[in-house]
Design a protein around this ligand. Structure first.
Ligand code: PHE
Length: 339
């Protein structure tokens, strides 16, 4: 019996923990109704009469020291650690996890950075615009279908105040204020009344560019876009320009890049053509220049515009555009970038 008490006493002295579960296990083992100390008390009746006094005292002391130990450890434990550790003001701070930039911001910043190397600066126009800056100044005829209620969100019925359908409005504002040479980019949010699907959304982002100077030619446009495509999609990227139509450019073109997934051989991403459409472009229509007070005999210019979601989808091979708007952190956390 005395030996057993001595062993338990040693065990109590040795025990240490700052884990509340472990401390509780220890308490149950020694101090509960079926614990080791209760077992000693029930064996007490077998102790010879002459030893009863000594053994009784020792068991009581043992019980007290187990209780003291449990209380002491509990009091010293804060948030799973010892009080000294917890109160140590020199301890390194816990790291705060950093968020990552949204992929649309990353790609927008990258596009702006690439064109800034060519001397382009940034001018954002307003998101709420009037008919002149969104349509008329851009040579849209009055009956053009894009003005239709079905494409454009008007602020009020019958008013000409609307949510811009492209960021070209920013460029008109620059042309009205600034004399050529002009090299400007208009990034921002645009709005179109489209059904939301994997490939379209009623809110998306664009970057448009405008370059006006004497002797700006289609060759300048092509070379600028080739430089851009190879910077953003990789050095081996090829481009091709297909004839197209926009009211504000003449001639107009659509630019495709070679599909890097299949290397131009054809796959389901490029729909077996080897090419992916990435942006619209063209030479600024003289009507647009004149409407902004720029002499269209002296000056020529080119313009281009692209959707940032589309650019990001091609760059990151994301198949559903809606992912960019849902803000699921599991999706957003994957984008780490220098931009
Ligand atoms: N504004 C056009 C659009 O939103 C894009 C574009 C800009 C096309 C400049 C050609 C030149 O679709």
């Amino acid at each position: 019996m005395l030996n057993k008490i001595k062993l338990l006493q040693e065990e109590i002295e040795k025990f240490t923990s700052h884990n509340l579960d472990e401390i509780e296990q220890f308490r149950i083992k020694l101090l509960s109704k079926k614990g080791e100390i209760a077992a000693l008390f029930s064996e007490f009746k077998n102790v010879p009469a002459e030893q009863k006094k000594e053994v009784g005292q020792k068991i009581n002391l043992l019980k007290q020291s187990a209780l003291d130990k449990v209380n002491k450890l509990k009091n010293q434990t804060v948030a799973g650690q010892s009080k000294e550790e917890y109160d140590d003001l020199t301890r390194p701070a816990e790291t705060i996890p950093l968020g990552s930039r949204h992929p649309i911001s990353i790609v927008k910043n990258e596009i702006l950075e690439i064109f800034s190397r060519l001397g382009f600066t940034v001018n954002e126009g307003p998101e709420i615009e009037d008919d002149w800056y969104n349509f008329s100044a851009l040579n849209f005829p009055p009956e053009h279908p894009a003005r239709d209620m079905q494409d454009t969100f008007f602020i009020d019925k019958g008013s000409d105040i609307l949510l811009r359908t492209h960021t070209s409005n920013g460029q008109i504002r620059v042309m009205e204020k600034q004399k050529p040479p002009i090299r400007t980019l208009s990034p921002g949010r645009v709005f179109r009344n489209e059904a939301i699907s994997a490939r379209a959304h009623c809110i998306f982002h664009q970057v448009e560019g405008l370059y006006i100077d004497t002797d700006v030619s289609f060759a300048d446009l092509k070379q600028t876009l080739l430089y851009f495509a190879q910077e953003i999609y990789g050095k081996e990227t090829e481009i091709r320009l297909r004839p197209s139509f926009f009211p504000f450019t003449e001639p107009s073109a659509e630019m495709d890049i070679s599909c890097k997934l299949c290397g131009g051989k054809g796959c389901n991403v490029c729909k077996y053509t080897g090419w992916l459409e990435v942006l619209g472009c063209g030479m600024v229509d003289p009507n647009v220049l004149e409407g902004c007070g720029i002499d269209s005999v002296k000056y020529t210019g080119f313009a281009f515009g692209m959707g940032i979601e589309r650019t990001a989808m091609l760059k990151y091979q994301v198949k559903d555009l809606r992912l960019y708007f849902e803000n699921d952190v599991r999706f957003l956390r994957q984008f780490v970038s220098a931009y």
